[in-house]
Design a binder for this molecule. Sequence first.
Ligand code: DON
Length: 305
Amino acid sequence: MTDDFQAVLDEVMTAVLPVVGQGRVANYIPALAAVDPSRFGMALATLDGQVFGVGDWRTPFSVQSISKVFALALTLARDGDALWRRVGKEPSGNPFNSLVQLEYEQGVPRNPFINAGALVVTDRLLSLTGDSRGLLREFLREESGNASVDFDPVVAASEAEHGHRNSALAHFMASYGNIENPVPRVLEHYFWQCSLRMSCADLARACGFLARHGQGASGRRLLTRSQAKQVNAVMLTCGTYDAAGEFAYRVGLPCKSGVGGGIIAVIPNRCGLCVWSPGLDAHGNSVAGVEALDRFTTLTGLSVF
Ligand code: DON
């Protein structure tokens, strides 16, 4: 067990370099297909504000589904348990954009991290605040300490243009009465949220509130201790889709992945972590990212178990 985080990150990067570039860059959102698959970065932000990093840890990338964690936190903070009447908290065992389960379960998505569940969360946040994406950007600027965090309009437009599946999911849920706002408005906010660009350093800092049991970077309480536990628990069981069991086994931390190749991880009481490498496995998780987190927890002994 070691606490020399810079040395650990250096060692992790050396170990994973052979798999960087493996996997496939997401191409169902054409603007993401242009990303260089040989990139790799990793950052760790301690709760007292130190940030360590290796490789491309300062390079912004498309956060994609990682945004779902922060949207969930913002919604829980305002809506509390009422949200759980509209979305479940069970692992889906299905791909993140699957339609099949929704019909069996009458328009109530399994969890807030599959696309259908995230669309419900965005819909609820829109109803509660009138501006889901604006609130999310503000929150991430504050928690990352980086006022230049912003959307990528090209990625948002590309996803909207090729968004038939998300559109189908949202309309299908609307047919069960589980979407409150006009579907095009919900989709627009969701696509813009996914298009946010942040670096590993930004994201490692931004997930710190989950390691601080709900307390934000400035000391302000964002979630109750119990809500922070809930978000971490849903990340552990659902954050990496139908690979969540494998992740818990190999990494042993609450994690959330995105098809931009990023993965955030939370070590309660210690730090926020983020790794980025664009090559994805069949589940939509970064190949080198999974390997790096596995190595990190093995080297340091830091996991929730
Ligand atoms: O809605 C989508 O398909 C993308 N904007 C986000 C999917 C994603 O990141 C899944 N994560 N691995």
